[in-house]
Write a protein that binds this ligand. Structure first.
Ligand code: AMP
Length: 491
């Protein structure tokens, strides 16, 4: 199959050739003709499969006829994060180099005035994150009744980030006769329900089994002691041993661990940067650019900060922490081995991680090889850590303890995602711009979103009577704590 067989315009074909692409990827070969025929498409595809071009290329061809009107974009693409939205804008620059189309980007962290200017000129393509889009709409600066093609990218990520109600609202503002293109790496029931509601007789395209990992990625497990300094030593050893390591993304489960690990790696003379949601947009973009240009060799990142980023040639992915959600494993290691390249993914596994490992192996449908023999103690039930006292006591931890036993989710281990629980509709004013900095929910959202905060108001296991001493705040001794923290980082 060649690009020229797909029905794309000559301007688009010239840009594709200039980009150096020889053959369409499977998602492109399957999706492009349907998008060009203005059909609804439901695409199940991981990042790295070339899915961005599978909708941008046909959209460019379709946009060649017609002109935009002020404040009435002709097409709309929704992305869950600012970085992804900016990446899609870059794709339009590359693939649309022979077109004279206006592309507007509506994301947080950028002045409304500049965005308004573009909208006023009339946008052929509007790329937006849901919160900022609705902000513009509510200010009366935008009309969505002229949208012919509507694309929802990374729908499962939107679900994770609590954006589904926003998407439902946006869908209702669009003309009924529009074309809808929906992409998701996985197809949980909530996404299927959304697709059933808003897509009309869609062509379903699935290029890889949902939650499968690319064959071009060599996956390995390495055992480690569970203490942070032991894991850091294991990681350094793996980085030193890694063959052909050009650059690597190192994933942590918690954003505070991203910061600690980043400092530790630099202390040990390794050239690392960090990407987490507490950083402002400018430093996130600067770090990302340094990593892309090769100035930074290692990038320590959290899931939310790194999800979907297109960094074309990452040779290695390290899981400093094994993700507590099996699907995150697929997304993380999908940063390497992209577009047919070879990649290596190495995960550090501690004895307490075996339940997560089981879930990952079940999801991807295969066993992952250990670099050395799997330690016998990892299999031994008796040697598994006993349930902590706090788990037995209930209140907050009792919940996470229960979920951990179920092998599903550790809320404690998903600090970033706590701020965006599934299917929760944040209050309108509090939801504004929330995708600008996923890990910096506004103060007003904190109490509502955080599982831990929610639990503070509940009494579990004690009935109505709680002794006063249990309600007193716990203050750890300052001097001891800070010494320990310093020692931890110094390691
Ligand atoms: P995506 O899945 O859209 O994030 O794309 C992943 C990477 O594949 C990007 O770096 C694209 O530039 C690259 N890519 C997309 N389509 C092709 C193609 N047909 N041939 C080679 N590389 C491609």
């Amino acid at each position: 199959m060649k690009f020229s067989d797909l029905g794309l315009s000559s301007k688009v074909l010239a840009a594709v050739e200039a980009a150096g692409y020889e053959t369409p990827t499977p998602i492109q070969a399957q999706a492009i003709p349907h998008v060009l025929a203005r059909k609804d498409v439901l695409g199940v595809a991981q990042t790295g499969t070339g899915k961005t071009a599978s909708f941008t290329l046909p959209m460019l061809s379709l946009l060649e006829s017609g002109r935009p009107r002020a404040r009435m974009p002709r097409t709309l693409i929704l992305e869950p994060t600012r970085e992804l939205a900016a990446q899609v804008e870059q794709s339009f620059e590359v693939y649309g180099q022979n077109h004279r189309l206006t592309v507007a980007l509506l994301i947080g962290g950028v002045s409304f005035a500049d965005q308004l200017k573009k909208l006023d000129r009339g946008a052929d393509v509007l790329i937006a994150t849901p919160g900022r889009l609705l902000d513009h709409f509510e200010r009366g600066k935008l009309l969505l009744t002229g949208v012919d093609t509507f694309v929802v990218d990374e729908a499962d990520r939107m679900l994770d980030m609590g954006f589904i109600p926003d998407i439902e609202r946006i869908c209702k503002l669009l003309p009924f006769t529009r074309q809808t293109v929906f992409f998701s790496a996985t197809m949980p029931k909530e996404i299927q329900a959304l697709a059933d509601q808003f897509l009309h007789n869609p062509e379903r395209i699935e290029v890889a089994r949902p939650s499968s990992t690319a064959d071009t990625i060599t996956q390995n497990l390495v055992s480690s002691g569970g203490k942070p300094w032991e894991k850091r030593a294991t990681l350094r050893e793996q980085i030193e041993k890694a063959e052909d390591l050009q650059n690597a993304i190192i994933f942590c489960n918690r954003k505070r661990d991203v910061a600690t690990l980043y400092r530790s790696l630099n202390k040990h003379g390794l050239n690392a940067g960090a990407l987490h949601g507490d950083m402002d947009q400018t430093s996130r973009m600067a770090t990302l650019d340094n990593f892309k240009s090769g100035e930074l060799k290692l990038l320590v990142a959290s899931d939310v900060a790194a999800r979907g980023l297109d960094i074309p040639s990452v040779s290695h992915v390290f899981n400093f922490d094994l993700p507590t959600h099996a699907e995150d494993y697929v997304h993380r290691i999908g940063r390497t081995g992209r577009a047919g390249r070879e990649g290596v993914a190495i995960s550090i596994v501690t004895r307490g991680d075996t339940k997560y490992l089981d879930a990952i192996e079940k999801l991807i449908g295969k066993k992952i090889d250990w670099t050395a023999d799997k330690p016998a103690s990892f299999d031994s039930e008796e040697e598994k850590p006993k349930r902590s006292r706090s788990n037995k006591r209930g209140k907050g931890n009792a919940r996470s303890g229960k979920k951990e036993q179920d092998g599903k989710e550790s809320k404690e281990g998903r600090e970033e995602k706590q701020s965006r629980p599934r299917r929760e509709r944040p209050p309108r004013e509090a939801s504004k711009d929330r995708e600008q900095s996923p890990q910096q929910p506004r103060q007003s959202n904190r109490g509502r979103r955080s599982g831990r905060d929610r639990d503070d108001n509940q009494v579990i296991g004690m009935g109505d009577h709680v002794p006063a001493f249990l309600l007193a705040p716990i203050r750890p001794p300052k001097s001891k704590g800070s010494k320990k923290a310093k020692a931890d980082i110094a390691e």
